[in-house]
Design a protein around this ligand. Structure first.
Ligand SMILES: Cc1cc2nc3c(=O)[nH]c(=O)nc-3n(C[C@H](O)[C@H](O)[C@H](O)COP(=O)(O)OP(=O)(O)OC[C@H]3O[C@@H](n4cnc5c(N)ncnc54)[C@H](O)[C@@H]3O)c2cc1C
Length: 368
């Protein structure tokens, strides 16, 4: 397609790009371009599908809290419930002080026996204490992505796959963007390219923000022990593994964070082996083989906060990046923040939720 014109060109059809596109499409024409053959095949399609209220610290919590209501019904676009309560059990392997942060937040410390009641296959002799966070949810990521797509298409927005963004130059008051298939003229570019976001900035002649993609591995295994349907998400306080009950078995991860170039990530054998070791060390599940494995890139900024809104060096270049390990659970509020900043400033609702420019804006990585 040659010489198309849109108000907003979004690069990347992961949850960051689709949610920002939906939020902007209410009063603008929006086109999302995605390099791969379908949306959400990269990090968004590879998550643990968990909504953890306390995750990520004080710069992430406001986005998570402000996103929880959306996960009831996808802003009216979901066809089934998007979240269901699972709870989370965090165990200390060696020292109860590992749980200090959770205790400070008001959670009661449980004995190994109490933890074992919540997670029957936990090796009680391997842990010294635990805390239970009841508010953590399982989320339906595919339906959340579908909900943002429905919101976007209802407003007339378009997602085009197999359409790789190559570069763009600012020409007067519009971007002239080159894709592998043609040229697109756009008032605004939204950079939601996940692990590739810094590369996209450079291809638009802007300096990188300093994002680091980090590989995280996951696998699933079957279990004959069917006593865990209602068991919580289980993790250790030192973040060296986690385990989530699923239909017919479990999903597990060694919580790895290995820096990587942007790529279609694949799991390493050694990380799978480590996952099995950890699960067998802390539980009696006796895992010997896995049923599937994958890896995804969690992309972090230097302060591990989100990078949302216009770049001060070129305000028509808008970031929706740095989603790290919380991009699914924060997407509703993060995309509302991107849209508000494009329209001129944070809304009262976002400010009341504790969202500030200091925790959102790319300006913190720019000296202007
Ligand atoms: C194992 C694992 C577990 C996780 N668990 C959770 C969890 O429980 N809860 C949670 O909230 N988060 C979790 N996360 C993190 C979450 O998955 C990410 O934060 C989120 O998916 C990031 O979304 P995104 O849209 O920024 O990235 P992506 O989904 O990677 O989307 C970016 C898109 O941009 C496209 N793109 C890049 N360059 C171009 C280009 N030049 N042209 C066109 N398209 C381009 C890519 O192809 C890609 O589709 C987990 C991640 C992993 C790996």
């Amino acid at each position: 397609v040659a010489n198309e014109t849109v108000d907003v060109l979004v690069v990347g059809a992961g949850i960051a790009g689709l949610s920002a596109a939906a939020a902007l499409s209410t009063d603008r024409s929006v086109l999302v371009v995605e390099r791969f053959g379908s949306p959400a095949t990269q990090t968004t399609g590879r998550s643990a599908a968990q909504f953890i209220v306390d995750y990520g610290g004080p710069t992430i919590r406001p986005f998570t809290a402000a996103s929880r209501t959306w996960y009831l019904d996808g802003g009216g676009h979901a066809r089934q419930p998007l979240r269901s309560l699972r709870g989370m059990l965090v165990v200390a392997g060696d020292d109860v002080d590992e749980l200090a942060g959770y205790r400070a937040g008001g959670l009661e410390v449980l004995s190994p026996a109490q933890a074992g009641e919540l997670f029957p296959s936990l090796r009680q002799d391997r842990v010294v204490a635990a805390v239970h966070e009841p508010q953590s949810d399982d989320i339906d990521v595919a339906e959340a992505v579908a909900s943002f797509r429905r919101a976007l298409s209802t407003a007339g927005g378009i997602v085009r796959c197999d359409e790789q963004f190559v570069s763009a130059t600012r020409d007067g008051d519009a971007w002239r963007a080159e894709t592998i298939n043609g040229t697109i003229s756009a008032g605004i570019i939204v950079n939601a390219a996940g692990a590739w976001a810094d590369e996209v900035a450079v291809s638009c002649r802007l300096p990188p923000i300093g994002l680091v993609p980090m590989r995280r591995t996951a696998c699933t295994f079957r279990s004959l022990d069917d006593s865990h349907h209602a068991s919580p998400f289980l993790s250790d306080a030192a973040s060296t593994w986690y385990l989530k009950p699923e239909a017919g078995g479990f999903m597990a991860s060694p919580s790895d964070e290995t820096p990587s170039a942007p790529c279609d990530a694949r799991p390493e054998e050694i990380d799978i082996a480590l996952t099995i070791d950890r699960v067998n060390e802390f539980t009696t599940l006796a895992v010997r083989s896995i049923t599937s494995s994958w890896a995804g890139l969690r992309t972090f900024s230097a302060d591990r906060g989100l990078v949302l809104g216009p770049d001060p060096l070129q305000p028509s270049f808008v970031w929706s990046a740095g989603q790290g390990g919380y991009g699914i659970q924060t997407a509703p509020a993060a995309s509302a923040t991107v849209a508000a900043l494009v329209r001129g400033g944070l809304t009262t609702e976002l400010v009341d939720a504790g969202i500030t420019l200091a925790i959102a804006s790319p300006a913190r990585f720019r000296q202007v």
